[in-house]
Design a protein around this ligand. Structure first.
Ligand code: SAH
Ligand code: SF4
Length: 355
């Protein structure tokens, strides 16, 4: 498999070209094609000498993803299915009218990006964890989800949330490289404040990321305010219990300006007790974090249910009455299984695509 031109930083590409006898400015020209002009093939990079185009064609691929399906939802959410070079699949979800939860303006385009094929963390409520973990995505595959979705949608994406399939912080090295490709002026040139990474709570990586110079946003999939509740649904809590997690989040706050977001799915009878809301409120206040409440989205094969809407509102009221900014999130894309937690491993059979 040839490496993709979408995976290299300016520094890496320059070094490669210079080592092959090319002037350094060729890197700027190539990056301008890849990230800005976006031709169909390397052959169309018309200001490069023919020999260089041939060299690039023989040694690199242009875009690493093959668009396999583009599903539109009745609420205008779009789920893009991409085939990878090893015939695995990932999905990216394009969400118009971002409800401004992650720092974006209300009428903008948000892309929900995948970071791995499958997920090893096995949260009990999540479709992505059901079939286990296959592999990490490369930096090229992560960044190209944004580039290629912009090409398909013929529109500019304003915000990214790393909330697709996988645990981004378990793939930190490639994630950081992708962030460089996405935020650099020669790359996608998206402001770091428009990027939100979501994690189930990998403590060492949260600490490492808190040292990162860019002002990326962080969201924590909390889903339980105590170890007792969290242990039942998130195996990762056994390794990094809530006390360790909250410590790491305080460290994040000490290093970062952006406020944290705590994500909390409401699952009937599992984590929706008002006592959990009271404890959650205490933590959110001390972390200056806002809370996103997400009524559980149905996942076929899983027994959970969302609580009555009036109960979800009562849960939210406990938080708002305690002075915490809390939103009850309206789901997007439920009808095409593109909502949170509904992205699962896809396999190809002789009969077509199956989930
Ligand atoms: N692994 C990371 C990134 C994936 S984000 C993480 O867990 O944060 C996917 C988001 O959808 C997480 O907040 C996850 O907890 C949430 N989610 C998973 N299953 C869900 C479901 N069935 N209903 C609603 N949200 C769900
Ligand atoms: Fe993995 Fe996140 Fe799903 Fe848990 S919620 S299984 S960490 S994708």
């Amino acid at each position: 498999m040839l490496p993709s031109l979408t995976g290299l930083t300016k520094e890496e590409l320059t070094e490669h070209l210079v080592a092959h006898g090319q002037p350094a400015y060729r890197a700027d020209q190539i990056l301008d094609w890849v990230w800005k002009k976006r031709p169909e093939s390397i052959e169309l990079m018309s200001n490069l000498p023919k020999a260089l185009r041939q060299y690039l064609t023989e040694n690199f691929s242009l875009y690493p993803l093959l668009a396999a399906r583009d599903l539109g939802s009745t609420d205008t959410t779009r789920k893009m299915l991409y085939k990878l070079h090893d015939s695995r699949y990932i999905e990216s979800v394009l969400i118009p009218a971002n409800p401004a939860l992650y720092g974006g303006r209300a009428d903008r385009l948000t892309l929900c990006v995948s970071s791995q094929v499958g997920c090893a963390y096995g949260c009990k409520f999540c479709a992505s964890g059901l079939a286990g973990f296959a592999r990490n995505l490369s930096a090229a595959e992560i960044a190209a989800q944004v580039l290629q979705t912009e090409m398909l949608a013929k529109d500019r994406i304003d915000n990214l949330v790393f909330m697709g399939m996988g645990e981004p912080l378990a793939n930190l090295k490639n994630l950081l490289q992708a962030i460089e490709l996405i935020t650099s002026p020669w790359g996608l040139n998206l402001g770091a404040r428009h990027l939100t990474i979501s994690t189930s709570g990998l403590v060492p990586q949260i600490k490492e990321l808190s040292q990162h110079p860019r002002q990326i946003r962080l969201a924590i999939s909390l889903h339980g305010a105590t170890d007792e509740v969290r242990n039942q649904i998130m195996p990762v809590n056994k390794k990094y219990p809530t006390a360790m997690l909250f410590d790491a989040l305080h460290e994040w706050n000490a290093n970062k300006k952006q406020h944290l977001t705590l994500e909390y799915i409401l699952i009937e009878g599992v984590n929706d007790q008002l006592e959990q809301a009271r404890i959650l409120a205490t933590h959110a206040r001390s972390l200056h974090a806002k809370v996103n409440l997400i009524p559980y989205n149905t996942v076929e094969g899983l027994p959970w249910k969302r609580p009555e809407i009036t109960h979800c509102q009562a849960f939210r009221n406990v938080l708002t009455n305690a002075g915490v900014t809390a939103t009850l999130r309206l789901e997007k894309g439920h009808d095409i299984e593109a909502a949170c937690g509904q992205l699962r491993l896809i396999q190809e059979t002789a009969d077509g695509l199956i989930q």
